[in-house]
Design a protein around this ligand. Structure first.
Ligand SMILES: *Cc1c(COP(=O)(O)O)cnc(C)c1O
Length: 359
């Protein structure tokens, strides 16, 4: 019934989403533990009126205007998506046909593999170097039709310096470089300034993480006009609902709320990193709202399952490169305290004392 590439591919597996009656401490899909701005609730309630009989604005005017003001980027350079996942899908659809090359450092957001498989594109994986340094020279030389760098990267949490990305953008001139900045509000820098000199750069943002709106599905692509116009050709006409557009505009209109929650998360992140390291885990310095806790050579599957039995969800990737790690989203201080209460005895019974082993 399907194209051969669809028959061959495996579906993307999202992190577990508990059902309504299940009570878990949810540290597996990098949601924000704090609620969205109260202005979102008011805007959404107001939008839920008789105008819902009308289609929404095809170019998401109200939401895009908010982004334009916040980022200081003209509206023509902004495209709104139903989550940045939809924008990624549009980019793959618009740029890659069967056999075309797409390149990115790995391990990274595994949705890229899924989207490439749908297009029957050829994926070039470039393993991160030590300390999750981006293999810039190799990515530049590959000159794939589409190159993606996730920064801060998931699942490592590590940031690629904007100056490195600028060099890469120059090497890739005439081919798209997508910088997936889903977590950038939690980071010390971002790549927005690259838009000034690089016509091939697309920056992706989402309101799912820093703005606490994963359930609303709101993403943004920032790029030069020609790129936006190409992407518009593959966009669903009405890709965002009136409710989402109103909520998104309200959220972007209250950046102080977001920043306050981001500061709380960053504070908890520092404490979490320190505590994990003290337990013997290797933790790359995170600039995101999660940390990767690694025990080289060990399989962390049993730890993830033990935590689940204790009512705590974390992310475990059963791949050769990531099986020795769990990715832990930063929750409230109380949630992290519960995590450590459960993690301590599990780690001790699985691995004995790691402190001794790691010296
Ligand atoms: C969460 C995430 C996204 C998707 O964000 P949505 O806007 O919720 O679709 C994109 N890229 C990365 C790396 C993410 O972690």
């Amino acid at each position: 019934m399907f194209r051969p590439s669809i028959n061959r591919m495996v579906a993307y597996t999202p992190g577990e989403q508990p059902r309504a009656h299940e009570r878990f401490i949810k540290l597996n899909t990098n949601e924000n533990p704090y609620p969205p701005s109260p202005k979102v609730r008011r805007a959404v309630a107001k939008a839920a009126d008789a105008t819902l009989r009308l289609y929404p604005a095809p170019r998401a005017d109200q939401f895009v205007a908010g982004a334009s003001k916040l980022y200081g980027v003209p509206s023509e350079m902004i495209l709104a998506g139903n989550g940045s996942d939809e924008l990624l899908a549009m980019i793959f659809r618009a740029t890659l046909g069967p056999g075309d090359k797409v390149a990115y450092p790995t391990p990274t957001y595994s949705l890229y593999d899924t989207l490439a498989a749908v297009q029957d594109a050829k994926v070039l994986h470039f393993p991160f170097g030590r300390d999750f340094a981006v293999p810039l020279a190799a990515l530049g030389r590959a000159r794939a039709r589409l190159t993606i760098v996730c920064s801060p990267n998931s699942p490592s949490g590590t940031l690629t310096p904007a100056r490195s990305l600028a060099i890469l953008a120059g090497q890739l001139r005439g081919r798209l470089l997508v910088i997936d900045e889903a977590y950038v509000d939690f980071a010390s820098d971002n790549s927005l300034r690259l838009l000034k000199n690089h016509k091939n750069v697309v920056i992706l943002r989402t309101l799912s993480k820093a703005y606490s709106l994963a359930g609303m599905r709101l993403g943004l692509a920032l790029a030069h006009r020609e790129v936006i116009e190409g992407l518009l050709k593959v966009k669903d006409s009405y890709n965002l609902s009136r409710i989402a557009l109103a909520g998104g505009a309200a959220a972007l209109g209250d950046p102080a709320w977001m920043r306050r929650n981001v500061e709380r998360v960053k504070k908890t992140r520092a404490l979490t990193e320190a505590r994990l390291r003290k337990m013997g885990f290797e933790v790359p310095p995170s600039e995101a709202n999660f940390v990767l806790a690694r025990m080289p050579g060990r399989d962390m599957g049993p730890v993830a399952r033990g935590l689940r039995r204790a009512g705590i969800l974390v992310r475990y990737f059963a791949t050769p490169v990531l099986r020795d790690a769990i990715r832990i989203s930063i929750g409230t201080p109380a949630e992290m305290a519960a995590l450590f209460r459960a993690l301590d005895p599990i780690v001790r019974s699985e691995f004995g004392s790691m402190r001794r082993r790691s010296g």
